[in-house]
Write a protein that binds this ligand. Structure first.
Ligand code: HEC
Length: 126
């Protein structure tokens, strides 16, 4: 009888331990793709609130200034919009095997690529 009580108690204790563990708030894993940003927030994307920063940080080194690579400047909303409409920009940033990847050093974090694609699909709001 004593053993049964011990056994029951052990089971109950185990259950309590397991159940209480489930409610422990695990810290959100850091988004290594996007330091400083805890998730890929792709809601309400506009050029000014998201896309400009991505392009500024990853493209205008080469596609900006007085002599942009291949004459493609990506410094303004109109330039980025036109490039998306008239070039293979999206395929390049997505690292499609049919074209050279942009930026040339290797594709950007997935979140950036996702944002550009969603923004494009949403008719590129400024
Ligand atoms: C290190 C310099 C460099 C960076 C950074 C860079 N590019 Fe390029 N880009 C080039 C060069 C050089 C070419 C022309 C050679 C080629 O076609 O790959 C080019 C070509 C392109 C083209 C083709 C243009 C056309 O008329 O066909 C697109 C689109 C493009 N880049 C977009 C981007 C985007 C978007 C980014 C940022 C995500 C970016 N590039 C970052 C150097 C760069």
């Amino acid at each position: 009888m004593g053993n049964l009580i011990k056994f029951t108690c052990a089971i109950v204790c185990l259950l309590i331990a397991v159940l209480s563990c489930q409610h422990d708030p695990f810290p959100a894993p850091p988004d290594t793709l996007n330091p400083g940003d805890t998730s890929c927030n792709s809601h309400n994307l506009t050029y000014n609130n998201s896309i400009k920063t991505i392009v500024d940080n990853n493209c205008i080194n080469c596609h900006g200034g007085p002599n942009p690579q291949v004459g493609l400047s990506l410094e303004t909303y109109n330039q980025v919009r036109d490039a998306l409409l008239n070039t293979d920009l999206l395929l390049r940033v997505k690292n499609d095997p049919s074209v050279p990847v942009m930026p040339p050093g290797g594709k950007m974090p997935d979140c950036n690529i996702e944002k550009i694609e969603i923004w494009f699909t949403n008719s590129m709001p400024q």
